[in-house]
Write a protein of this length. Structure first.
Length: 342
């Protein structure tokens, strides 16, 4: 019989089901253990999934002979847990962002290389139909060259939402606000779809509407790609609901607009194409009701790649570029200057 990967998940909070369910549906993997410092959370999830509960991730790694650990923790813990897991010979699938600081994301990659293990980073929205329609039209030349791109994000993260968390809204544990936590997905899509290195970012950040958080709830600016394209962005998380994110490409042969799970391309020759959500991916309660249900696709692809001994489609090297972009946006916003990427 084929080897089944033994997987554990650390962090039994909001995003936990989006990892637990795909693992439980994947024939190549057994979810053997779950871990949370909040014991009642670990106990409840362990019972639900017939896994073992742990309250200390090092103990889980030591006792369970895991092949893979999924990291669903506050941002500042991603590099700490990943590096420990690599030192014990595990593969790692971490939630976005890789880390708060660029140097930590680089250290995660070095630890993966040193151990010969794989680092996966969740950017599940790359697998949405809406993303793929435009991505392919850009790659195969149907849209011609991109002239410019813009994105808008207006979501709702109220003071009440922040008051329930002991890490969100803080610089040391979340590492920022609307950029690093919410807009990172759409910013990653912009970078992935343009497929070019970045020359500079020029960004303003501010807290305009929240009383109880340290971090920014608004960000505006531009990403200049090395091929000359300007990518404009406007992101807030003080809107009253999670409006569909928008990403629009103005291209030589047409215009393509992604509106969350839907996208439409109008070609200048009169043709058009559309993409809609398939609707059959798992999302749990309202965890991901507004956007981003493709964890299952990315997690399955990650395990397929592990089985073949290959890098996953979304490599840690590519995820690092998004981390670098986000870190440069913070540097630009905090220091009020344009930041060139090396
Ligand atoms: N991909 C997406 O669409 C998406 C959506 C939401 C959250 N996320 C990401 O998932 C991660 C977790 O976010 P969340 O909203 O689930 O947070 P959360 O606060 O709901 O859950 C985090 C859990 O980690 C536990 N924890 C904290 N320190 C621990 C430790 N040392 N050992 C074990 N457990 C510990 C907490 O008790 C909590 O249960 C973040 O990186 C976030 O950005 C991704």
């Amino acid at each position: 019989m084929d080897h089944k990967f033994r997987a554990g998940i650390v962090g039994c909070g909001n995003i936990f089901p989006m990892h637990a369910y795909p693992i439980s549906k994947n024939d190549n993997v057994d979810l053997v253990a779950v871990c949370d410092i909040k014991q009642e959370r670990a106990d409840a999830k362990a019972k639900e999934l017939s896994a073992k509960a742990y309250y200390d991730y090092q103990e889980m790694i030591e006792k369970e002979n895991l092949d893979v650990i999924h990291i669903c923790l506050p941002h500042y813990l991603h590099p700490i847990v990943a590096e420990y897991a690599f030192s014990k010979g595990l593969h790692v699938m971490t939630e976005k962002p890789m880390s708060i600081y660029l140097r930590d994301a680089k250290a995660m990659i070095e630890a993966a290389e040193k151990s010969g293990r794989t680092l996966g980073v969740i950017f599940q929205n790359r697998y949405n139909n809406s993303t793929q329609l435009i991505y392919k039209a850009l790659r195969d030349g149907r849209l011609g060259k991109v002239k410019s791109v813009r994105m808008t994000l207006a979501w709702c993260r109220s003071d009440e939402y922040y008051s329930k968390s002991d890490w969100k809204g803080t610089w040391d544990k979340e590492g920022g606000g609307v950029i690093i936590d919410q807009a990172i997905h759409t910013l990653d899509l912009m970078r992935y779809m343009i497929g070019e290195e970045i020359e500079f970012v020029d960004c303003s950040i501010s807290n305009r509407a929240h009383e109880i958080i340290e971090v920014e709830d608004a960000a505006e600016g531009v990403i200049k790609f090395q091929n000359g394209i300007f990518g404009a962005f406007h992101c807030i998380n003080y809107f009253t609901y999670d409006a569909p994110v928008e990403l629009e490409f103005d291209c030589e042969k047409g215009r393509a607009k992604l509106t969350a799970d839907k996208s439409v391309i109008y070609y200048h020759n009169g043709d058009s194409e559309e993409a809609h959500p398939t609707g059959d991916y798992f999302h749990y309660g309202n965890v991901k009701s507004y956007w981003g249900v493709c964890h299952q696709v990315q997690i399955n692809q990650f395990y397929d790649a592990l089985k073949k001994g290959e890098q996953p489609e979304i490599t840690c090297y590519d995820a690092l570029k998004t981390q670098q972009m986000v870190c440069a946006m913070y540097e630009s916003g905090k220091l009020h200057k344009r930041v060139y990427l090396k």
